[in-house]
Structure formats: structure tokens, C-alpha cells
Design a protein around this ligand. Structure first.
Ligand SMILES: *Cc1c(COP(=O)(O)O)cnc(C)c1O
Length: 408
């Protein structure tokens, strides 16, 4: 591998960011310079196993050869047209994504937050045009402790004060109910309700998995009450939980599906709203759009991502390696781990607060060559690329055991 000569050390680069970059993140003090598969390398050549995988944007690992090839091929032909014209890559992307998800129509966007915003707009328009809700009165029911992104409308229905404080006034039209509570949902949904918007597993909240039957219940309730079920699978989708979609664990098909993160293969931002034809059909020309949404580079990479998922290999790996992950975490219960929630290759691990904050544990793991990120308080999340091997996973769990043994 030929690398550019780095004049500056990690410490120099971290210092250099401080005066010129907004302080909206608090990254671990590691400066990544290159990566391949499940491994990243810092400026000084130290190697780390990536157990975060870009919050699941890197489900297929760093620089998966098939995805890099698709991107290179497309870079050499055509990168951007805008939707003022057709491009020769978009039809196949939409066809294959719709087929993969069991839905009909695709609205291509770029970031996850844009997919959420677009899903909200589609649901509101559907409520007025199809359901007959009086203009301006549509409501959307969401869950407490949700994470759907960072736009002003999305933080309007966040329950996380640090995401909201100082950013008002907020967008009206949202009702918040406890997650995993069908009775509360039953009460909140009325004739004004356009949609129920939830994460099938709440990622940022700490990998919170609802009780068996919850998603089935949401599907049944929304159908019975005549509103849409929007599943935000931006983090839970595309192989992470051992299925293409997390809703498949209960064989549930939502009306509207929100995808992002891994859809861009870790190369470009690609997101999408995927919906039933009767729902997406409410959008007409000029009513919604995005300059970069559906660009040919994004479509080429997105198609290559769908192609990887069509093999079923990554879902199978997540399922099988998920057993290794759960076994390893089970062994740590009572040895620094007070509890955990896991599905597929995705876990939220509660560490005994006496051993340190999630941040402190993450920093100790970093010094031992494992990259993770804390969520809230003493919870760390594990979400390695689905290409990680069983041995690498066991080794990471061994390192976690060592770090928890030393802590305090
Ligand atoms: C990351 C995430 C988003 C927002 O995606 P961005 O690309 O960061 O805008 C929305 N919903 C869920 C569930 C996410 O995990």
C-alpha cells in the first residue's frame, strides 16, 4: 500500500482540528489514515479492530472489493446528472432495492436524516390526500428515546435534551409514547394520525430490543386504525441483525421503510424511502427532491450493496457470529458486564459503572487496539463489520474482558 507521507502526527492533527472544526463531536483520540475490511490503521501505523463500523455504515467492512470496483467503474463513466435528466443506473437500483425489501417504490435521498424527513412528508401528504385528515392537522406518533437524525424537525420529537436544547422553536405535529408499549400507542393514535414512526431496534438508545410481538402489534394496530407504519431501519437494516431487515424477525412488512448508512457501502451517502405504491404515489413532480439524491455514483454503489445482500451471505454471517458475540458477553456477565442486549452482530453492553464510564472503557479498549463507542452513561455498543471473523470477534471479547478486569 502506498501512503502519502504524513508530515503531522496524530497528536498534531487532533490539536489542529480544535480551532477550525465545530465541536459537535467528542471523538476518541485516534486519527485513522487507512483501512481495509474490519481493520483501520492510524497515522503512526497502529492497527485497530473496528468494532463500531461507522455506526453500521460499514456493514460490509472498509473498502469491500466489489463496492470499490463498482465505485471506480462508475467514476470512470458518469457521476452526476441531477434528476432533471434520467441516468442509466437509477432504474436498476430502485428495481433491486424494492425487490430486496418486498416493497414497491423508491425515493432516493442521501443522508439518513433526509430519508426520515422525506418519510414524514410522504406520510403527511398521504394523510391529507388519501386518509382525508383536515389540512395542517396530521400527527405522527413516535417513541421516547428515539434517534432519527439531527434536522430541526427531527430534533423536535427527540426526548434527548442535549439534542434539542437551544434549537427551538420546534415543528409541531408529533406525539411521543413510551417505546415497547402497545397500550400507549393505542391511546395516542387517532383519526389525525398519519403514521407511527419507530426504530425496530433502538440503536442510539443502547440497542434496545422490544418484546417479541411488539412489531407485530404495531403492524396490526396501524392497519386497524388506518395509519401508516414507518420503520426506521437506517441502523438496524441491511444485514446487521442477521436478517436483511430487523422487522423480518417478526415477519412484519411496514408501509414505509427508511434506509441509509450501509446502503452507501461506506463510500458515499445513500439513503432511501421505500414504500408501497399507494403511499409513495402521493408525490408528484416538484413536490419533493434532492440535487444529489439518486445520482449515478450513489445508484451504482447502492446497487452493488443490494447485490451483496441478495446473496444472503452477510445476513448469515451476522446470525452465526451473533452467537459468538452473545456467548462471549454471557461469559462476562458478573465480570464487569451488568447486562447486555444483542441481536445479530449488534450489542449494547452495560458496564458496571464502578469500572468507569462508557467513554473511559472505550478509551481503554482503544489503547488495546479495539475501537468502540459508548452510548449513554456506562453502555458501550458493539457493531463490527459483518466481515469480521469469529477469531477476531473472540479476540475483541478477550480484550474487553482484560480491560474490565483492570478497570476501577
Ligand atoms: C444514523 C441514523 C439516522 C440519521 O442518519 P444520518 O445519515 O446521520 O442523517 C436516522 N435514524 C437512525 C435509526 C439512525 O441510526
Amino acid at each position: 500500500m502506498t501512503a502519502p507521507a504524513h508530515a503531522r502526527t496524530s497528536a498534531d492533527l487532533i490539536r489542529a482540528e480544535e480551532p477550525v472544526l465545530a465541536h459537535n463531536y467528542h471523538p476518541l483520540p485516534v486519527v485513522v489514515a487507512r483501512a481495509e475490511g474490519a481493520w483501520v490503521e492510524d497515522v503512526e501505523g497502529r492497527r485497530y479492530l473496528d468494532m463500531l463500523a461507522g455506526y453500521s455504515a460499514l456493514n460490509f467492512g472498509h473498502r469491500h472489493p466489489a463496492l470499490i470496483q463498482a465505485a471506480h467503474d462508475q467514476l470512470d463513466r458518469l457521476t452526476l446528472t441531477s434528476r432533471a435528466f434520467h441516468n442509466d443506473r437509477l432504474a436498476e437500483f430502485a428495481e433491486r432495492l424494492a425487490a430486496l425489501t418486498g416493497l414497491d417504490m423508491v425515493l432516493p435521498m442521501n443522508t439518513g436524516a433526509e430519508a426520515v424527513e422525506s418519510g414524514i412528508k410522504v406520510a403527511r401528504k398521504w394523510a391529507y390526500d388519501v386518509k382525508g385528515v383536515p389540512d395542517g392537522q396530521a400527527t405522527i406518533v413516535v417513541a421516547a428515546d428515539n434517534f432519527h437524525g439531527r434536522t430541526t424537525t427531527i430534533v423536535s420529537f427527540s426526548t434527548d435534551e442535549s439534542a434539542r436544547a437551544g434549537f427551538g422553536p420546534f415543528t409541531p405535529g408529533f406525539r411521543i409514547v413510551p417505546y415497547n408499549d402497545l397500550a400507549a400507542l393505542e391511546e395516542a393514535v387517532d383519526e389525525t394520525t398519519a403514521a407511527v414512526l419507530i426504530e425496530p431496534i433502538q440503536g442510539e438508545a443502547g440497542v434496545i430490543i422490544p418484546d417479541a410481538g411488539y412489531l407485530t402489534g404495531v403492524r396490526e394496530l396501524t392497519r386497524r386504525k388506518g395509519c401508516l407504519f414507518i420503520a426506521d431501519e437506517i441502523q438496524s437494516g441491511l444485514g446487521r441483525t442477521g436478517r436483511t431487515l430487523a422487522v423480518e424477525h417478526e415477519s412484519v412488512v411496514p408501509d414505509v421503510l427508511l434506509l441509509g448508512k450501509a446502503l452507501g457501502g461506506g463510500i458515499v451517502p445513500v439513503s432511501a424511502v421505500v414504500a408501497r405504491r399507494e403511499v409513495m404515489g402521493v408525490l408528484g413532480p416538484g413536490e419533493h427532491g434532492s440535487t444529489f439524491g439518486g445520482n449515478p455514483l450513489a445508484a451504482a454503489v447502492g446497487t452493488a450493496v443490494v447485490e451483496l445482500l441478495e446473496t444472503g451471505e452477510f445476513q448469515r454471517r451476522a446470525d452465526e457470529l451473533g452467537l459468538v458475540l452473545r456467548e462471549g458477553l454471557e461469559a462476562l456477565r458478573g465480570h464487569g458486564v451488568t447486562g447486555f442486549r444483542a441481536r445479530g452482530l449488534w450489542a449494547g453492553v452495560d458496564v458496571d459503572p464502578a469500572l468507569g464510564t462508557g467513554r473511559e472503557i472505550s478509551e481503554r479498549l482503544m489503547r488495546e487496539g479495539i475501537l468502540v463507542k459508548d452510548t449513554h452513561g456506562s453502555t458501550i455498543r458493539l457493531a463490527p463489520p459483518l466481515t469480521v471473523t469469529a477469531d477476531e470477534l473472540r479476540s475483541a471479547l478477550g480484550t474487553l474482558e482484560k480491560v474490565l478486569g483492570q478497570a476501577g
